[in-house]
Design a protein around this ligand. Sequence first.
Ligand code: IPE
Ligand code: IPE
Ligand code: MG
Length: 237
Amino acid sequence: MLQIAEDRNFFVDDALSHIGFIMDGNGRWALKRGKPREYGHVVGVKTFESIVRYCKEIGIRHVTVYAFSTENWKRPEAEVAKIMSLFLEYLDRAKRIADENDMRVLFLGDPSGFPEKTREKMAKVEAETAEHSYYLNIAVNSGGRAEIIRAANRAIREGAKELTEADIEKNLDSRRSPMPDLIVRTGGEYRLSNFLLWQSAYSELYFCETLWPDMKAEDVRAAVRAFYKRNRRFGGV
Ligand code: IPE
Ligand code: IPE
Ligand code: MG
């Protein structure tokens, strides 16, 4: 189920330096199997780890995953608690995985939504992986609207009076990565659900029916192939 099929001749070039994943469909995947939604998140984390590793293998420099939105707190308490405990478990092995993959882990979102212990672990993972060369941005307690407001407020605190696009861009949570070239949403929903609203202005969007826990290397390759067939004009001709 989680095996990544080998295709040693598949690599991306500079045209695809940043890919974003809206990892959707965990709950439905579990319910289809007569399991509680939480089980979908357990398997979803494993899928996340293997897909991120695969993206690095094919040469994608920046990967951003939408793991928990500012709106996801609305979910039943037990589901939120399970997601938080999976996140803590992940934080405990994140450095090892990042070291193995030469990956720099960064968290996008508002950390003040988490308990202090969690925040400390997040900061430690960021600090301890800061020298690696591939970027893994994990969006947790993250939402595009809140991120734009946060960026604007940072710029204002730094003394900006009238904001420019550059003021926002240099203060986004994701400021260390370029704008995403491609955003992939699994789970058959055709929306962004508040993911990287500023950054997605000219991203290519790819939607697939695959539920996130079923996501495989071949699904990534399908999205990448679709990306290379697109004609990115950025408003030009
Ligand atoms: C995405 O899967 C994971 C999170 C939002 C944390 P969902 O939990 O949204 O799964 P579905 O969309 O309900 O199937
Ligand atoms: C988006 O999925 C958030 C994440 C994948 C973390 P949701 O399942 O929360 O989005 P909606 O509710 O279907 O728009
Ligand atoms: Mg969903």
